[in-house]
Design a protein around this ligand. Structure first.
Ligand code: BGC
Length: 971
C-alpha cells in the first residue's frame, strides 16, 4: 500500500490535513503534469461567454424588474468574474440571479441555460476561437520536458472550441462540460473535474499544476490539493484569484517558462510541508480537529476550537499542573468508558478551563455560526514554523450578505502567560457592519461546563475583562485577563493567564501583565513568539527531500511534542499533553521511554526538566512503596502532582455499565525502572554530572531500594511476581522479561553509581548481587524470549490480520479471556531491543519479531513505532515502512479513532525514535554520535536522504544519511 492509499483508507475517504505522498514521482518530487482551464487560459473565448451571458441575463433582469422600474444590466467584467466565470452554466446562472434576488423555476432555468448556449454558439460561429500565444508556448515547453498536459473546462462545447482553435492536439487528456454531465461530476469550485483529469493522466494531484483564470477554478485546484495553482488575470481579477488560493498570479502565461514553473512548484512543496491544512466544516469531525489544531507553550494548551465555538465544541484551555478531583461524568481514555469518581484525590484530573479565544460576531444582527444557517465554508491552516493557527471562514447572512472572517491565534512561546488572537471581517458584497462580542465569560454555561471551578470574580470594562476562579478540591486560583483592541474591520485580543501555582496573587499578576500590553505590540509579540519557534526548529527539524508529506507529519509530531513541554519541574507531560482530556492529564512511562529521547537530542534542557519532575515526586513514590510494604521509591503508574498513583482501579463501560478492573495501577511497576533508565540515558546523552550525582543519584538509589525489597528470592535466583508488563492484556504475571530486565539494569546502574561515588557501600553490594542473580528470561533454542512465565502455554488466539490495524477497544470487554490468550496489546519483549539495541543479536531480534508481531493487535498507539524500529533494524523493510507510516500519520489519519480526546504524544516520540535508532541506526559512542554505515540501504525505499541535527554532550551533530553518498563511498 502506498502512503497515499494508506492515508486515504485511514481517512475513510475524507480529504484533510495531510500532503499527498505517493506515486513513482514521490522519489524526486518533480512536477509531472499541467492541467489548463480552457476559456480565458487557452482560448480567447471568455469574452464570447460573457457576451452570451449578457444577452441571456439582461432579458431575465428586464422581465423581473418591477413595472417601469429601471434595472441594472449584467456587467460583462465584474458580474462575469464574480458569479459565472468557470462554473457550469446552471451553477453560474443561479449564483448570479441569487445575488439579484431572483429565483427561477427548474424549467425556466434550463431554458435560460439553453439560450445562453445558443447565443454562445452563434457568437463562436461569427467570431471564431483564437488562442493565447503565451499559453501555447508554455504548453509546448512543458511537453518537451515530458510534463503531461490536459485541458478541463465546464463548457459543453469544449472539444468543438479546441478544434476550431486548432489546439486539440496539445493535450494528453481533455474533459469538457459533456464529460462532466456524463460522469455526474460536480462543477468547479468542486475539484472533481481536475481530479478526474489527473487520474486520466496517471499523475497524483500533488505532482500536477492547475492553470485557471476563474476564482472558482483556482479554488477547485486548491481543494484538490494540487501541487501548484497558477491564476491568470486577464484584467481586474488578481485579488480574487489570490484570495481563492492561487500560488502565483500572472497577466499572461508568456510571463512563465518551465524553470519558473518548477521553481514555484518546489517552493510550494517546501511551504506545504510546514503547514497542516483543513478545509470544510463538518461537525462530526470537529472534535478531532480541535486536538490536531491545538496551540500551546508548555505552560498552557488550548484546543483548536474555532474562534466562534460551534455548539458541542470541547472548548478546553488546560494549564499544566491545574488538576482537581475527578469528575465521573467525563470519559477516561476512550469514549466508551467512564472512570468513577475516586477517593477524593484533589489532583486526580487535569481541569478543563474556560476557552480564552471565545468570540461572537454578527452582521446586521444575524449571528455568524459555522454550524448554523450562515456557515458557508472554513479553511484552517496551522503554520507549524511559526506555530500560528489561521482560520478563514465564509458566512452568508440575510439578503445574501457574504462576509469572510479571518482569524489567527497563538500561545506565545516567548511569554508563557500570553495568548494572542486576531479577527478581521471582510464584507464581500455588502456595507453592513460586523459586530464583535469578545466576552470571555459565558455565565449561562460556566457552572455546567466547569463543575470543578468556583467563580471568584468577573469584571468587564470596554477594554478589559477579568475572570478569576478557583478549583474546588485542589484550591488553585486562576486569573485570566482579556484586553481587546479594535482595529479596522476587527479586533485583536491579548490574554494574560496566571495561577496561584506561579504567582502569590494571580489576579494582581494578571492585571499587571495585562496593563503592560498594548494593541500596538501585537505584531512584535507575534514575532518574538515565532523567533522562539525558529530556535526550536533549528534544533528539531528533520528533512526528507522530495517527501513533503513525511516532513509535514514529522514536523506535526515535533510541534505537538513541544506544546506541553515547559520549564516547570513540578509538572511533566501527560499521555495526550495539553491537547485533550484522555487519561485525565496523567503522566505515564510514555514520557520517559517514548518522548524523552526526542528532547534529549532536540532540547536537552527540557529533558532535564522532565526528569526533575520525577525527582520532585520521590516523596509520593516513597509513600507508595511503603504503603505496599516495600522500601525505597515506587513511581506511580499514572502520576499528577504528588507522585501518588492516580490510576483508576476500574472503568465503567458506558453502554452496559459493566465494570472493567484496571490492574495497571497496582502492578505495572516497570515504570519505576523506566524512570531510572531515563536518568541514565539522559546522563549518557548530556554528560550532565551535576544532575547524575545529585537528583539523578537519588532517583537511582531509591528505585534500586524498591527493587531490592520487591524481588523474591527462590533458590539462587530473584524473581518479580504479580506484575503487568508493557502488554496490558495480561495481569498478575511472574517474571515478565521486560520488567525483570529493566529492574536488573536499574539495580546494576545504581550499584555502579554508588560505588563510583563511594556511598551506600553495603547496599551497593546487595544491589549488584541481586542484579547478577535476577532471573531474566533468556532466548530459547529458537531464539524467542518468553514474555513471562507460562506465556507459551496460553491459549491460541486467532487474530485476523485486518484487526491488527484498528483500535480494538472492545477487546477489553472480554478481559478475562484475553488474559488467558496469546494476544498482545503492544510491544513487550520487543521493547528490549529498542532500549538495549546492542544487547541482542540480529538473529534473536528477528526470532522475537517473527514470533510476537503476529500476536499483537496494537491496541496501544505506542506499539506501531516500536515494531517499525525493530523491523527497520533487521532490514524487514516492508514491515518497517508500514508500521512507521502507521505511527507517523496516527493522529493525522485518526487511526486510533480517538484523536478527539487528544493527540498521541508517545506515538510521536516513538516515530522519531524509530526513524533515528531504527532506520538510521544512530548510536552514541565515546567518539560522538553517528548513524549506522548500513543505514542508507535501510531507508524507506523511495527516500534519497534524511538530514537532522542531534544534540549530544553539549554539541550539535549533523546527521545525514544519503543513498547517493553511500554509493559514493561504496558502503
Ligand atoms: C498503553 C500504555 C500507555 C497508556 C498511555 C495504554 O493504552 O497500554 O502503555 O502508557 O496507554 O498512553
Amino acid at each position: 500500500m502506498t502512503a497515499h492509499e494508506m492515508l486515504a483508507a485511514a481517512m475513510n475517504g475524507r480529504k484533510e490535513t495531510a500532503v499527498e505522498e505517493g506515486g513513482s514521482a514521490a522519489r524526486t518530487g518533480a512536477l509531472e503534469a499541467a492541467i489548463f482551464d480552457m476559456d480565458g487560459v487557452v482560448t480567447r473565448t471568455a469574452g464570447l461567454h460573457a457576451e452570451a451571458w449578457k444577452q441571456t441575463l439582461d432579458d431575465i433582469l428586464r422581465r423581473h424588474a418591477p413595472d417601469g422600474a429601471s434595472w441594472q444590466a449584467f456587467d460583462v467584467r465584474a458580474d462575469y468574474l464574480a458569479y459565472v466565470d468557470g462554473k457550469p452554466r446552471r451553477d453560474g446562472l443561479r449564483s448570479f440571479l441569487r445575488a439579484r434576488g431572483i429565483q427561477l423555476g427548474d424549467a425556466e432555468e434550463e431554458a435560460a441555460a439553453e439560450r445562453k448556449d445558443q447565443a454562445f454558439i452563434t457568437l463562436l460561429r461569427a467570431q471564431g476561437a483564437s488562442t493565447y500565444p503565451g499559453t501555447l508556448a508554455l504548453i509546448g515547453a512543458l511537453r518537451r520536458r515530458g510534463i503531461k498536459t490536459a485541458v478541463v473546462t465546464s463548457s459543453r462545447h469544449g472539444r468543438q472550441v479546441l478544434g476550431e482553435a486548432g489546439a486539440a492536439g496539445l493535450f494528453d487528456a481533455c474533459m469538457d462540460g459533456m464529460d462532466l454531465q456524463a460522469m455526474a461530476l460536480a462543477g468547479k469550485p468542486d475539484p472533481a473535474m481536475f481530479l478526474k483529469a489527473a487520474q486520466r493522466l496517471g499523475v497524483p494531484p500533488a505532482r500536477a499544476m492547475v492553470v485557471e483564470d476563474a476564482a472558482a477554478g483556482v479554488q477547485a485546484g486548491r481543494r484538490g490539493d494540487f501541487g501548484l495553482v497558477v491564476g491568470v488575470d486577464r484584467g481586474g481579477n488578481a485579488d480574487a484569484l489570490r484570495r481563492a488560493g492561487a500560488d502565483l498570479v500572472v497577466k499572461d502565461l508568456d510571463e512563465l517558462d518551465t524553470d519558473r514553473v518548477e521553481a514555484a512548484y518546489r517552493s510550494r512543496q517546501r511551504e506545504v510541508a510546514w503547514r497542516i491544512e483543513q478545509e470544510g466544516f463538518d461537525a462530526a469531525r470537529e472534535p478531532d480537529m480541535e486536538s490536531l489544531f491545538a496551540v500551546g507553550n508548555g505552560y498552557l494548551g488550548v484546543r483548536g476550537v474555532y474562534d466562534i465555538p460551534p455548539p458541542g465544541a470541547q472548548c478546553d484551555l488546560f494549564v499544566a499542573g491545574i488538576y482537581d478531583a475527578k469528575r465521573g461524568d467525563l470519559p477516561y481514555s476512550e469514549l466508551e468508558f467512564l472512570a468513577p469518581e475516586r477517593d477524593g484525590d484533589p489532583f486526580a484530573e487535569l481541569v478543563p478551563l474556560p476557552f480564552p479565544f471565545r468570540l461572537q460576531a454578527s452582521v446586521g444582527g444575524d449571528p455568524l455560526d459555522l454550524s448554523g444557517p450562515s456557515g458557508r465554508g472554513l479553511k484552517r491552516v496551522l503554520d507549524l514554523r511559526r506555530a500560528v493557527l489561521h482560520a478563514d471562514a465564509l458566512f452568508e447572512t440575510a439578503g445574501g450578505r457574504q462576509t469572510s472572517l479571518r482569524t489567527r491565534r497563538c500561545a506565545s512561546l516567548a511569554d508563557p502567560h500570553l495568548l494572542l488572537q486576531e479577527a478581521i471581517a471582510v464584507p464581500l458584497n455588502h456595507w453592513a457592519s460586523v459586530e464583535f462580542d469578545a466576552a470571555l465569560f459565558d455565565s449561562a454555561r460556566f457552572a455546567a461546563d466547569h463543575p470543578q471551578l468556583r467563580l471568584l470574580e468577573h469584571m468587564a470594562t470596554p477594554e478589559l475583562e477579568l475572570l478569576c476562579f478557583a478549583t474546588r478540591a485542589s484550591r488553585f486560583d486562576i486569573a485570566i485577563a482579556s484586553r481587546v483592541v479594535r482595529i479596522p474591520g476587527g479586533i485583536r485580543r491579548l490574554l494574560s493567564i496566571f495561577t496561584s501555582r506561579d504567582a502569590a496573587d494571580p489576579k494582581q499578576a494578571c492585571l499587571a501583565h495585562s496593563r503592560a500590553l498594548s494593541g500596538a505590540d501585537f505584531e512584535q509579540r507575534l514575532d518574538e513568539h515565532a523567533a522562539q519557534w525558529d530556535r526550536f526548529w533549528e534544533a528539531a527539524d528533520i528533512q526528507v527531500p522530495g517527501h513533503p508529506a513525511v516532513e509535514q507529519a514529522l514536523r506535526f509530531g515535533s510541534y505537538h511534542l513541544r506544546l506541553p513541554a515547559g520549564d516547570d519541574p513540578r509538572v511533566s507531560i501527560g499521555a495526550r499533553g495539553l491537547s485533550g482530556r484522555a487519561y485525565e492529564g496523567h503522566v505515564f512511562w510514555d514520557t520517559e521511554i517514548f518522548m524523552l529521547p526526542f528532547f534529549l537530542h532536540a532540547d536537552p534542557a527540557r529533558a532535564r526538566t522532565l526528569l526533575m519532575y520525577r525527582h520532585g515526586t520521590l516523596p509520593g513514590a516513597r509513600e507508595r512503596a511503603a504503603a505496599t510494604g516495600f522500601r525505597g521509591a515506587c513511581f506511580a503508574w499514572e502520576s499528577t502532582l504528588t507522585g501518588r498513583d492516580v490510576t483508576p482501579d476500574k472503568v465503567i463501560l458506558k453502554s452496559t455499565g459493566k465494570e472493567i478492573p484496571i490492574f495497571t495501577g497496582r502492578q505495572q511497576i516497570h515504570v519505576t525502572a523506566d524512570v531510572a533508565y531515563a536518568v541514565w540515558r539522559y546522563w549518557e546523552a548530556t554528560g550532565d554530572d551535576g544532575f547524575l550525582l545529585g537528583p539523578g543519584a537519588q532517583i537511582m538509589f531509591e528505585t534500586a531500594r524498591f527493587w531490592a525489597s520487591r524481588v523474591e528470592r527462590d533458590g539462587r535466583q530473584y524473581h518479580i511476581r504479580g506484575v503487568v508488563g508493557p502488554d496490558e492484556y495480561h495481569h498478575d504475571v511472574n517474571d515478565n522479561a521486560y520488567t525483570n530486565w529493566m529492574a536488573r539494569h536499574n539495580l546494576d546502574r545504581a550499584a555502579f553509581l554508588a560505588r563510583q561515588s563511594g556511598v551506600h557501600a553495603g547496599e551497593a553490594d546487595e544491589w549488584a548481587d541481586i542484579a547478577q542473580a535476577m532471573h531474566v528470561p533468556q532466548p530459547g533454542k529458537d531464539g524467542v524470549i518468553e514474555q513471562f512465565e507460562g506465556f507459551f502455554a496460553l491459549d491460541d488466539y486467532s487474530l485476523p490480520v485486518a484487526e491488527r490495524f484498528k483500535a480494538p477497544v472492545n477487546r477489553l470487554f472480554d478481559w478475562e479471556q484475553v488474559n488467558r490468550s496469546k494476544l498482545l496489546k503492544q510491544a513487550d519483549v520487543l521493547m528490549l531491543p529498542l532500549l538495549f539495541p546492542d544487547a541482542f543479536s540480529d538473529e534473536v531480534v528477528v526470532a522475537n519479531y517473527r514470533y510476537y508481531e503476529p500476536l499483537t493487535d496494537h491496541g496501544s498507539s505506542l506499539s506501531p513505532a516500536v515494531h517499525a524500529a525493530i523491523a527497520a533494524r533487521v532490514g524487514m523493510r516492508d514491515d518497517a515502512e508500514r508500521y512507521w507510516k502507521q505511527s507517523l500519520w496516527l493522529d493525522l489519519s485518526n487511526a486510533m479513532d480517538n484523536s478527539m480526546l487528544g493527540v498521541h504524544l508517545a506515538a510521536m516520540g516513538g516515530t522519531w525514535q524509530a526513524l533515528v535508532s531504527g532506520f538510521l541506526g544512530v548510536r552514541m559512542t565515546a567518539q560522538g554520535i553517528k548513524s549506522d554505515p548500513r543505514a542508507a540501504s535501510r531507508l524507506p525505499r523511495d527516500w534519497e536522504s534524511v538530514t537532522l541535527r542531534m544534540a549530544y554532550r553539549g554539541h550539535t551533530h549533523a546527521i545525514s544519511v544519503s543513498r547517493e553518498a553511500a554509493k559514493d563511498t561504496g558502503s
